[in-house]
Design a protein around this ligand. Structure first.
Ligand code: SF4
Ligand code: SF4
Length: 189
């Protein structure tokens, strides 16, 4: 009979402890989130896939298409595409492809980038069963609404056009000079 009461007392004691914990947690701020309706605030040193950094002054990236990130990537998962455009200083970035399926998040590309044009993103929502979903054009990701046109320098444009015109006239000049030389030689003989 005494064992029976002992069990009841132990049960009540355990119930009281349980209720105490429940009450304490009820008034404590929850640490869980209503995912996917709420997103996690990542720590500053979290490494998501790399991304192009938006320059607050220009509103676009700082990439000069030097290719140092591409060269330094040990797994070859970066492809930088760029072209020369009339009146624009340097090369214009046309695509920045990251194959995240082979990225080891080593950080070599970020370290190699002198203009600090790339950094690790806070992206963690990347679940997919398709490989294609892990191949990103970081330029498109930065400007989903469309990539802004680069600024044209009128002075540079003028110089480039003059140079082109001069290059076009060069063969005609050479031919005229050659002809002149030949006719002089004929006159002498
Ligand atoms: S973090 Fe490393 S593996 Fe990933 S893209 Fe950069 S250099 Fe390549
Ligand atoms: S991201 Fe940096 S290292 Fe890579 S091409 Fe652009 S400027 Fe060069």
């Amino acid at each position: 009979m005494s064992g029976y009461f002992k069990e009841i007392i132990t049960g009540l004691k355990s119930l009281a402890i349980g209720l105490q914990i429940t009450n304490k947690e009820f008034f404590t701020k929850p640490i869980t989130l209503q995912y996917p309706h709420e997103s996690v605030k990542m720590t500053p040193r979290y490494r998501g896939h790399i991304e192009l950094v938006k320059d607050p002054q220009t509103g676009t990236h700082r990439c000069i298409a030097c290719g140092m990130c591409e060269k330094g990537c040990p797994t070859g998962c970066i492809t930088v595409q760029a072209e020369k455009r009339e009146g624009v200083k340097g090369k214009v970035l046309t695509a920045y492809i990251l194959n995240f399926t082979t990225c080891s998040l080593c950080g070599q590309c970020v370290e190699n980038c002198k203009p600090e044009a790339i950094n690790f993103s806070n992206e963690y929502n990347l679940a997919s069963t398709r490989r294609e979903d892990y191949i990103f054009n970081l330029l498109q990701k930065l400007h989903p609404e469309g990539v802004p046109e680069p600024e044209i320098d009128p002075e540079l444009l003028k110089k480039e056009r003059e140079k082109k015109e001069a290059a076009k006239k060069e063969p005609a000049k050479k031919a005229a000079a050659k002809e002149g030389g030949e006719s002089k030689a004929e006159e002498k003989s």
